[in-house]
Ligand binder design. Structure first.
Ligand code: C5J
Length: 210
């Protein structure tokens, strides 16, 4: 546990709740809401085992200077990044929609990483924070599986971290994309990392090997 971190990717109201960024793109948020209990179960077990926790949040500065035009202008959403919506300005740091859902709120001692991109390492202090703590193993959960979770796991893999994704602790607006991502990550002898069910991980946390 001294060398492991739990990394919870972007469990923000903007992705998980109606009226946010995900919904503005035409997505049904129900599959994302459904994983909150599994994430909470792992989070509680991880905290009880004394493990280090990282939460990430995707979002941009109020002047959008860190938001590439290609990201803001793409597609035909009902609300673009920076527009005012029911939960404040979409994907803007400090707005209600940018915050992590109440069930998974970070507690003191946990690291919160704000990221402007999909990957948790891109333009963030995450690598330095992990290295300073001697962390070499990462357990991932969060949303969405094929976008920010997969990007972050691939970034971590390239940096030499051993990675595991909790199968029922991640979700996509597109169930077939989640299934394909799990298959891609674990193919070819776990070319990016392993997966496990939350119950297996919780059981392992109760009986840590020396
Ligand atoms: C997306 C994310 N899907 N957190 N962000 O734009 O996966």
């Amino acid at each position: 546990m001294a060398h492991a971190a739990l990394v919870i990717i972007d469990m923000q109201r903007d992705f998980v709740e109606p009226g946010g960024f995900g919904a503005s793109l035409g997505n049904d948020v129900t599959p994302l809401q459904a994983i909150i209990p599994a994430i909470r179960g792992v989070l509680q077990a991880w905290r009880a085992a004394g493990g280090f926790v990282v939460h990430t949040r995707e979002g941009h500065l109020p002047d959008l200077s860190d938001c590439p035009p290609a990201k803001r202008e793409r597609g035909h959403p009902s609300l673009r990044i920076g527009d005012a919506g029911p939960m404040g300005r979409v994907l803007v740091i400090g707005e209600p929609g940018h915050s992590i859902v109440p069930e998974l709120m970070p507690i003191e001692g946990e690291l919160v990483i704000d990221k402007p991109g999909k990957g948790a390492f891109y333009r963030t202090p995450l690598q330095a924070e992990l290295q300073s703590r001697g962390i070499t193993q990462l357990v991932f959960m969060g949303v969405t599986t094929e976008v920010c979770v997969q990007t972050s796991m691939r970034e971590a893999n390239d940096r030499g971290y051993e990675c595991l994704l909790v199968e029922d602790g991640t979700a996509s607006y597109f169930p077939e994309f989640k299934a394909a991502t799990l298959a891609m990550l674990t193919a070819q002898g776990a070319i990016v990392g392993w997966t496990a069910a939350s119950a297996e991980l919780i059981e392992a946390l109760r009986h840590p090997t020396p």
